[in-house]
Design a protein around this ligand. Structure first.
Ligand SMILES: [Zn+2]
Length: 174
């Protein structure tokens, strides 16, 4: 419904493969649904690998914390998107940025790319005050309790890549 016409020649396109793509009968081009890449990052302390930094989003209300995330912009590499988003939301620069896996998030049309990174300097941490209203350090004990539901802190849902990034770190996956 969002894209019924061929962006190259303006002809009405036809559905192919039950909607996985659209085909233009005039110029022959095949068009795939738009997918917006987004990055999500688990941050650990510059000096203490047993501490991670999570953020509380203004839209979530109190008590919920998660990894930092945002959309990659046009013309931006994923590495640049990670650096920019984290600088904007948490005020810090990064080192040891590692890709950890992805999750399709078709609501509406994004692909989440998960990373883990180490903060360059913990003293630079500050929330942006708009999207991220609070940042907070957690140690392994606190995360363990929250994962088991024994703490008032709420972590991301079990089906999310944010949860997987936190569980990976908690479980000590390298
Ligand atoms: Zn066409």
């Amino acid at each position: 419904r969002d894209a019924p016409f061929c962006p190259a020649c303006g002809t009405r396109t036809e559905l192919r493969h039950a909607g996985w793509s659209r085909h233009c009968p005039r110029c022959g081009r095949e068009h795939f649904p738009r997918t917006d890449p987004a990055v999500i990052v688990l941050l650990s302390s510059a000096t203490d690998p047993d501490r991670i930094l999570l953020g509380a989003n203004a839209a979530w209300g109190g008590g919920r914390y998660s990894c930092f995330a945002g959309f990659a912009e046009a013309g931006e590499s994923l590495e640049d998107a990670v650096a920019r988003e984290i600088l904007e939301e948490a005020g810090v620069r990064l080192q040891d940025v590692q890709y950890r896996g992805s999750q399709v998030w078709p609501y509406p049309r994004s692909l989440m790319l998960g990373f883990r990174a180490r903060i360059l300097d913990d003293t630079e941490v500050r929330p942006d005050g708009e999207e991220i209203v609070e940042v907070r350090w957690f140690d392994r004990e606190q995360i363990g309790a929250a994962l088991r539901g024994e703490d008032a802190v709420q972590l991301p849902g079990t089906s999310s890549i944010a949860r997987r990034l936190i569980e990976d770190w908690y479980g000590g996956a390298a």
